[in-house]
Design a protein around this ligand. Structure first.
Ligand code: DGJ
Length: 540
């Protein structure tokens, strides 16, 4: 009876309602700002990336507890070509069956990392039937006749990778109607070690020919040979163009099946040298000096993204700036998981990053020190978890605010110097290593140095949500607001400072009003990050 009623009720539903699928994730760009929309609304990816070999069902019990402990809302995890197509043409998605089911159970979104033709400038994740057949799947050649990873000129390789990737996207289309998977990374740190470019005869013939018209046009340059157009960086440019085209072909075919946002991550060279040593980084990948080439070559790639393992403050911020472009949404798909690297969450947010994801964050005790932490001890995990704990409940609201309003973020530098910015008529200043009470020039009051002195912690992000109104979140920092340009006799005032957060519907929920000691010496954030809503005014 109940079944019959249900059937009747279903029959009464208009067809589109039955067929309705969740809205696909997408990148939206507006007024020079970018957002990742998931289920039709902005989404801030608070991610962690699993270790390279955690992509098997038996490893997942080590992964989820860490995802939960750090309050991530997204897990980035590999799916390897060797794993889904162990024998040519025979696909096995049993890992994905388990992964998708468990992601839903853990209320966590996924970013799948396609370890196909390239992984860290090598080709170690291709199936054995590819590894073992260099005649069919050629490797790039070095200048001295040696071998590197698979060549981007290998048509069979492209066809085979593309077919596997299409199978993966078909699987997602058919088994992930709710889009647990919100993005796909196509290849991993693509490119080739030990060469500026592929020296195979086919590649050399192309290198000696003219730069393709599409690239010349894309860059707004005048045509010529690679050397004429790019000079010293000709080989780097050449490799970038052909690698990006290869990957674009893979992405385009995948998107034709399920058009999820797709991105490529980059191994980075020196943040301040636009003409890097080609031997120091895999040739061809979306390293920052070749972003414009990638943009011209790979229109199906929504963004290129930096894997930032720098500990150096200046370099870290420079990498963020390189990738935060009007034509490229910033996202940090990998960063070191060491304690000092956690504070870069703040400037990443402040530069509009759609996501942040420390690498190697699972319960497998393998570490990639010195890139990241020696060990994921409690203090290190907490350095990342504290930020995510604050932002996870309001991640969507923050993403919307960041998409629509001016934002700025800051991390403590090596000298702990003040850092400031001007937003409208207000100057915001971040000050570090201060106790919560008193001023640094109160020399008559004896005090110990602040416990964060010399420690690489501290940062904040602010959003200007009205001419005189700001959201401020931070940890281990003192924030001050002053008039950027006061009229004669004009004095600034803190009208109201509320601590609180946003509820699931995006409404601000006040916890308490900060006044007295809590505001007399600036807005002092302890090691436990909080969010403040600050209304300012001035009188004359
Ligand atoms: C960057 C790569 O993309 C990751 O897969 C990993 O190999 C790290 N380097 C190093 O741990």
């Amino acid at each position: 009876m109940i079944r019959a009623l249900l059937a009747l009720a279903l029959a009464a539903l208009p067809l589109p309602a039955l067929a309705a699928k969740a809205e696909l994730p997408r990148i939206v760009t507006q007024n020079g700002r970018h957002a990742l929309f998931v289920d039709g609304r902005p989404f801030l990816m608070l991610g962690v990336q699993a270790n390279n070999s955690s992509n098997y069902p038996a490893m997942l019990p080590l992964v989820w507890p860490m995802v939960e402990r750090v309050h991530a809302n997204t897990l980035e995890i590999p799916v390897a070509w060797e794993q889904i197509e162990p024998a040519e043409g025979q696909f096995d998605f049993s890992y994905l069956d388990v992964l998708l089911k468990q992601a839903r159970e853990h209320d966590t979104r996924l970013v799948l990392l396609w370890f196909g033709t390239w992984k860290n400038g090598s080709s170690t994740y291709v199936p054995e039937w590819v590894k073992q057949n260099p005649a069919r799947f050629p490797q790039a050649r070095t200048a001295s006749g040696g071998y590197s990873s698979l060549s981007s000129f290998g048509k069979n390789t492209l066809n085979a990778d593309r077919r596997a990737f299409v199978a993966l996207m078909t699987y997602l289309r058919d088994h992930d109607p709710d889009n647990s998977v919100i993005m796909v990374q196509v290849e991993n740190e693509s490119g080739q070690w030990s060469l500026g470019r592929d020296y195979s005869p086919e590649a050399t013939a192309l290198f000696e020919g003219p730069v393709p018209a599409a690239l010349v046009k894309g860059l707004g340059r005048t045509g010529g040979t690679w050397r004429q157009v790019f000079g010293k960086t000709a080989e780097t440019a050449f490799s970038a163009w052909y690698t990006a085209q290869y990957i674009d072909a893979v992405a385009a075919a995948g998107k034709a099946v399920k058009p999820l946002p797709m991105y490529c991550n980059a191994a980075l060279s020196d943040a301040f040298n636009a003409e890097p040593d080609p031997m120091g980084v895999p040739a061809g990948g979306p390293n920052w000096p070749v972003i414009p080439i990638w943009k011209a070559a790979a229109p199906h790639i929504d963004l290129v993204a930096p894997d930032i393992y720098a500990h150096d403050w200046k370099a870290y911020l420079a990498y963020l700036d390189h990738y935060a472009r009007p034509d490229n949404p910033l996202m940090v798909p990998e960063t070191g998981n060491a304690l000092d690297q956690a504070r870069f969450f703040w400037p990443a947010l402040g530069k509009g990053s759609i996501g942040f994801s420390p690498f190697g964050f699972d319960g497998d005790d393998y570490t990639n020190y010195p890139l990241g932490a020696k060990t994921l001890d409690d203090a290190t995990v907490e350095a990342f978890a504290a930020n995510y704990r604050l932002f996870r409940p309001m991640a969507r609201t923050w993403a919307k605010i960041a998409f629509e309003n001016p934002i700025w973020g800051v991390a403590k530098g090596p000298d702990a110097a003040d850092q400031s910015t001007v937003m409208g008529r207000w100057k915001a200043t971040a000050i570090f290593e201060q106790w919560q009470f008193g001023e640094p020039d109160w020399t008559w009051l004896q005090r110990d140095p602040h416990p964060t002195k010399g420690q690489p912690v501290g940062g904040a992000v602010i959003a200007q949500i009205g001419p005189d109104e700001f959201l401020v979140a931070g940890a281990n920092v003192r924030m001050r607001f002053s008039l950027a340009k006061a009229a004669p006799g004009e004095r600034s005032q803190l009208l109201r400072v509320e601590q609180g957060s946003f509820d699931a519907s995006g409404n601000w929920v006040m916890r308490n009003v900060w006044n007295g000691d809590q505001v007399d010496y600036g807005l002092n954030f302890t090691a436990r990050p909080v969010m403040l809503r600050v209304r300012l005014g001035s009188v004359q």
